[in-house]
Design a protein around this ligand. Structure first.
Ligand code: CP
Length: 292
């Protein structure tokens, strides 16, 4: 396999292998990537976590990382993504992590370019590496997903994280619940009451309110959203004793999550970020093991 573009392309065995390997790497196992390979991270949408944790992972597994700044690249002169990728292939890049505003931007590249392509997020489509690090974080807590209830709350319509997570979590046997304002529920069947959903949940997975993807007038005030759909301190106290909170971040403090909850005892948000480095190391190892 030379790409990771969607979570659907991975078998359940692949997924469980990646979680196990990421946990081994986190515990100090040495990485096993062939030497002499070169990576570049092409981010045409803003990112802090995905871009920086991929760069950290690339350096930890021994890749040389070439810097690429989309706003100073020839993409600003109209060069296509395909021609950008062919250029990087020609100069010797072996692996490309790409984030792009277009859904399925990777389709014209697959089978036509030599570098390994890893999807760092495509529009409102997929974010497979986020799903895998989320799964790792949940499995560190509960080991098995069978019979666990996971509630995904927020802007479902615009969330590539929700789409990738629904696929992997349901495949592994989790019971999924959704809570969202009606205008952002998209194809998901939502519960009316966040409070009822919270009481039954082992994991509350919050989604960012994506102001940049909303039309004017489509958003709530911060206070309205927080009161109806936010994880307030009171709602955190209503959670099961061993239940945990995830958020892919960046988070809007005081909107989808109360300031005090972000770093509270139930939050695993910063552990997700830490796990992102190890999961991305495992993914690089997995995709590059036959390169040399
Ligand atoms: N979770 C996530 O994708 O964060 P960034 O947008 O900062 O990469």
């Amino acid at each position: 396999m030379r790409t990771l573009t969607t979570i659907e392309q991975l078998s359940t065995d692949d997924i469980l292998f990646l979680v196990k390997r990421a946990r081994q790497l986190k515990a100090g196992s040495p990485s096993q990537v062939p030497p002499g390979l070169v990576a570049a991270n092409l981010f045409f949408e803003p990112s802090t976590r995905t871009k920086m944790s991929f760069e950290m992972a690339e350096r930890k597994v021994g890749l040389t990382v070439l810097p690429f700044e989309a706003q100073f690249s020839s993409a600003t002169k109209g060069e296509s993504l395909y021609d950008t990728v062919k250029t990087l292939e020609a100069i010797g890049v072996d692996v490309l992590v790409i984030r792009h505003t277009d859904n399925a931007y990777y389709e014209p590249l697959i089978g036509k370019v030599k570098p390994v392509i890893i999807n760092g997020g495509d529009g409102t489509g997929n974010h497979p590496t986020q799903s895998l690090l989320d799964l790792m974080t949940i499995m560190e807590e509960f080991e098995e997903l069978e019979g666990r209830t996971i509630t995904i709350v927020g802007d479902l319509a615009h969330s590539r994280v929700a789409r990738s997570n629904v696929h992997v979590l349901s495949r592994l046997g989790a019971n999924l619940q959704f809570v969202s304002p009606p205008e952002w529920q998209a194809e998901f069947e939502t519960q009316a009451s966040l409070d009822d959903a919270i009481e039954k949940s082992d994991v509350i997975m919050l989604l960012r309110v994506q102001h940049e993807r909303h039309q004017p007038g489509q958003s709530f005030t911060r206070e309205q959203y927080h009161s109806q759909y936010g994880l307030t301190v009171e709602r955190m106290h209503a959670m099961k004793d061993d239940a945990i909170i995830l958020h892919p971040a960046p988070f809007n403090r005081g909107v989808e999550i109360a300031d005090e909850v972000v770093e509270g005892s139930k939050s695993r948000i910063f552990e997700q970020m830490k796990n992102g480095v190890f999961m991305r190391m495992a993914i690089l190892e997995y995709l590059l093991k036959e390169e040399a």
